[in-house]
Write a new protein. Structure first.
Length: 182
């Protein structure tokens, strides 16, 4: 009787009921897109249930293109764009069709909420009316590396040779100590 009670108690913990649920469409992947333009670096953050496998920023057209890959039919996403990078009135195109997402903006960021259908490859283009708002284009200085002199190369060679010699002496001392212990 005790064995049956003990066995049922053990099975209670070993075999537990599992209630499975498919992955929610609202599960979010965080992507950080680094845009280098005008001598500045900006970070665009996205949280979405789809993958952004590539992006492109065109400063002349004031356009950000996102190349999206989704395995779900109902796509949800949020995009945070710094106002200093791309701002003003936005126009959106999803797969070359005009698209109207929800937009909230303040003086620092534009918060865009996406909700669209369609699995597979999609392309979202975001056009702004202002670029580098409040910032001036920086001139990126061209830094030329000095040519190596023969003397510099020779001193580097002697440095490596001295390090190699030191390591050889240390290894020899270790081997001698190990042999003396035996």
């Amino acid at each position: 009787m005790k064995i049956i009670f003990l066995l049922s108690l053990i099975l209670l913990f070993v075999i537990s009921p599992v209630y499975g649920q498919s992955l929610s469409d609202a599960t979010g992947l965080v992507n950080r897109l680094d845009v280098q333009t005008g001598g500045y670096a900006f970070e665009i953050e996205t949280i979405s249930n789809f993958n952004i496998h590539d992006y492109n920023f065109d400063k002349d057209e004031k356009r950000l293109s996102l190349f999206i890959n989704s395995g779900l039919e109902h796509n949800l996403g949020e995009i945070l764009i710094p106002q200093t990078l791309l701002g003003g009135n936005f126009t959106f195109y999803l797969n070359d069709q005009q698209y109207f997402p929800k937009i909230n903006s303040n003086e620092k960021i534009s918060f865009i909420t996406l909700n669209f259908t369609g699995s597979g490859e999609n392309k979202l283009e975001i056009f702004g009316t202002s670029y580098l708002d409040g910032l001036a284009d920086k001139e990126i200085p061209q830094i030329e590396s000095p040519a190596l002199q023969k003397g510099e190369m020779l001193s580097d060679y002697f440095g490596w040779l001295a390090l190699l010699g030191f390591l050889a002496v240390v290894m020899a001392l270790i081997v001698v100590k190990i042999r003396n212990k035996k």
